[in-house]
Ligand binder design. Sequence first.
Ligand SMILES: C[C@](O)(CO)[C@H](O)COP(=O)(O)OP(=O)(O)OC[C@H]1O[C@@H](n2ccc(N)nc2=O)[C@H](O)[C@@H]1O
Ligand SMILES: Nc1ncnc2c1ncn2[C@@H]1O[C@H](COP(=O)(O)OP(=O)(O)OP(=O)(O)O)[C@@H](O)[C@H]1O
Length: 305
Amino acid sequence: MIAVRVPAKVNVQLGVGGLRADGFHDLANVFFAVALGDEVTAVFGQGVTISCSGPDADQVPLDDTNLAARAARLLAARHGIEPDVHLHIAKAIPVAGGMAGGSADGAAALVACDALWQLDTPLPVLLELAAELGSDVPFALLGGVALGRGRGELLEELPVAGTFHWVFAVADGGLSTPAVFRECDRLREAAGTGSSAAEVPTPDPSAELLAALAAGDPAALAAALGNDLQAAALSLRPDLADCLRAGLDAGALAALVSGSGPTCAFLAKDAADAQAVADALTASGTCRAAHATHGPVPGARVIAG
Ligand SMILES: C[C@](O)(CO)[C@H](O)COP(=O)(O)OP(=O)(O)OC[C@H]1O[C@@H](n2ccc(N)nc2=O)[C@H](O)[C@@H]1O
Ligand SMILES: Nc1ncnc2c1ncn2[C@@H]1O[C@H](COP(=O)(O)OP(=O)(O)OP(=O)(O)O)[C@@H](O)[C@H]1O
C-alpha cells in the first residue's frame, strides 16, 4: 500500500489575460500550497477503481472521469503497462471550490501509482503528464510557492520565507471553473475593454507580492493579494461578498476568493488570529464551514508504503 499526501492551493495572485484561440487564458498565476489537503492511497487491483471518503464524497465522480483515475491510466499508458490499481481518496479539499481538489488527486495518483508500480518516472515526465491532465495539476506535484505562466502549467518555483496563516471558508455548492472564466470574459466585453488575447495584455507577477513572499511579511502580502477572477465569481455568487466581509470584520488582514471560487480565503497575522477568524466565520452563518491552516507545504509526497 502506498499513501500520498497532497496540498490544496490558493492563488495569491491570479492575473488573467485575454481568451486565446485554444479556449484558455494566459495567466500570471502565483500558486501557494496549504496544509489543508487530501490523502490518496494506492493498492494493487484489477483495472482502475476509485473510492472516496469525507464530507463531500458524494460529489466526487468514481468513474473514469475522476482525475485520479485519468492520472493512473495516463501513467500506465506512458510506460506501456496495464493500469491495475485501486485508489482511495480521503477528501478534505472542498469539491469544485477553487482550491484545485481534483487536480491535487490527479497529482497524488501519479505519485502513488509511480511508487506502487515501481516505475521511477523522472519529475519532468511526471510534470508533462500532469499538464495533460489540467492546468493546476503540475503545481500540486511541486507544492511550495510557484509562478505559473501560460495557462498555469509553466512553473517557476518562488522564494518564500517563514509560514503564512490562512483561513478557508467553504461555501454551499461549487462553481464551474470554465463558467467563471466565461463570466470574466463577459464582464470585460460589457465594460468595453474586449476579452481576446489581442485586446487584453498578458499579465505580469506583482513585484510587491513577490517581495512580500520572500520577506515572509503577512501584512505586505495582504496588501498585494489579487484575483482577476474575483469579480466574475462574485457576479455568479453575490452572497460571497457577505463571507468576505465577515472575515475582515473578524480581523483577517485580507480576504479574497480562492481561484475560481466559491471558497473564500483569508490571510491572518498568526495562528491564533487564524483560529479566531475561522471561529467567527463559522458562527457568522455566511459559509458552510471554515478551516484555519498554514503554508507553504510541499507538493504530493509518499507518506507511507
Ligand atoms: C482557476 C485556476 O484554478 C487557477 O489556478 C486554474 O486556472 C484552473 O485550472 P484547472 O481547473 O486545472 O483548469 P483546466 O482543467 O486546465 O481547464 C478547465 C477550463 O478552464 C478554463 N481555463 C483554465 C485555465 C486557463 N488558464 N484558462 C482557462 O480559460 C478553460 O475553459 C478550460 O477548458
Ligand atoms: N478527484 C476529484 N475530486 C473532486 N472532483 C473531481 C475529481 N475528479 C474529477 N472531479 C470533477 O471535477 C469537478 C471540479 O472539482 P475540483 O474540486 O477539482 O474543482 P476546483 O477545486 O474548483 O478546481 P480548480 O481550482 O482546479 O479550478 C467536480 O465537480 C467533479 O465533477
